[in-house]
Each structure stands twice: as C-alpha cells, then as structure tokens.
Ligand binder design. Sequence first.
Ligand code: ZN
Length: 313
Amino acid sequence: MLANLNDVLYPAKKNHYAVGLFNAVDIELARGIIAAAESTQSPVIMGTAEVLFPYGPLDEVSYYLLPMARKASVPVVVHLDHGLDKETCLKALDLGFTSIMYDCSTDPYEVNVEKVREMAEIAHQRGATIEGELGHVGDNGDGTDPTLFYTQPEMAKDFVDKTGIDALAIAVGNAHGAYKLPPKLDFERIRTIAHTVDVPLVLHGGSGLTDYDFKRAIQEGISKVNIFTDINVAAVEGEFRRFNSMEKGIIDLIPAAVEAVKQEASKKMTLFGSCGHASDGKRAALAHQHAEKEADIEKITRLVIEAMQNDQK
Ligand SMILES: [Zn+2]
C-alpha cells in the first residue's frame, strides 16, 4: 500500500530501526525491492533520483512505481530522491509521488531555507512529505574534504523549524557512490543532532558502509538509509552469473536480476532492523489511502460541475 515518509519513519524512529530507500530506475529493481519488503514484512521507500532520469525518465518510472506500491501488501513510499529543481519536485508531486527530497544543500543557508520552506508548503498541501538536506553529502572521489560540510546540530534545528520538513538528511562522513577509503562516520554528531531536532534523520551514501556502521548509526538516531550502488551492482552480478552463452535471451537474465536485488535488499532490511515492522506503518498508510480516495471524489465532483457549467455556457 502507498504510504508517505511520516507513515513509516515515525514508528522507525520510536522503535530504533531504519527504513531503506532503494532507487528503482527500472522495473526489475522495483520488483526485487518489493519482493524483499514483502518477504521480510518490512516497510520500504522506493523511488528515483534526478541524476538517474537518463536511465528511466520520471514519468515512465512513475507508471510502474505507483501501481506496484499500491498493490504491495506492505507500506511503500514512492519518493523522489535528490530533486534538484522546483519543476522536478512539482512534476513528481503531480505524478503522484507521496514524498520528495528537495536538495538545495549546495545553496547558501538562507536560500536553502527559503526554497525548501516553500516546497514543504506545497508538498504538505498535497498530503506528501518532504526531506531536506543540511550540510552537504558529497560524492566519493570528488576531492573535497567532507568534514568541511558536516551538519551543525544547532543549525539543523533552525533549518527544521524554519522549513517544516518531515525528514532531514545529514552529512556526518558519508558520501555517495562507492567509497575509495573506508568511511569514518561521526556517531557523536548523529546522536547530538538526533537529540536536537524532532524529525527523523536520513543517512545518504549507505552503499559500502560496514554492518557495524549501519547498526551504530541507527542506534544513534538514523531512521532512513539510502541505498543504490549496492543493488545496482547486485543486479548485474546476478545477470553475470546467469549469462554463460550467447544463446541466452533477456528473459533468462531478468529473473536473475530480480532475485539478486531481492537478496541484497533483504540483507539490508535485516541489518536495518525493519523486518516484521510492516504493520507499524499500515494504520497510518490506510488513513492516508482513505484521504486520497476522498480527495479523488472531491476532485471528480469539481471537474464534473465545471464541465456541466461549461456546457451550459
Ligand atoms: Zn543522496
């Protein structure tokens, strides 16, 4: 069933587990992710990021993500990861995404606050949730010193208060992509931020962290972990193991990719402690679904009245 971030992250925060966000740029990834969530009875967040649009345009991805989320037996949030401009975020909301991240973390602080505050208002009007980022999670190998961009706890509180966001992505030694050197997370900082702000915290750049890193980060206050590289690689490894002759077709490789993604995502869900917690978010997701239906009825009624009025003119 379709859910938003609040539905799944507040129970996670309260019970000290984390919900994974797995980006699904094609339908095999989406099938593997949902299969993992259903078999482990985990809530899950599934989506795509603006930098991944070349591999799966936003509208095309929405054509399978939303129906698959609605059909799933567990709560599934359909989330835009790293929306970089306003139009992209609006388009995702129009397509029915239940959650967006508006990443203005490279803008000056006041600009980040203003842009995210405005978008939070729009998202909330539509019953969707929004994630912001403060500090900046860079890319592995981009040559910058990550400590310069670590999230400052007091600033984080000010940011959350002023923007009204539902979840906050923090920079604590994590980075996107594959790590060249073993990452060193600042667990102290995670704990301090978690005690300073009320909203759930998000850890980006999860692929390549050790099991200890994940467990400790979640224990200190992380409620959402973003994973892409690990399932991206797992899909190809699965296909590679199956591919042993040019006689094979794509239909031989599809099940291998789905299964490999399912295995990898299940492993992460076990590590994050979300297994067996699907029912935590169910009640909220059901209420949400009900509101969505009511809103639909209202919208249809309004359109019918408008059409009738136009006919009479
Ligand atoms: Zn990220």
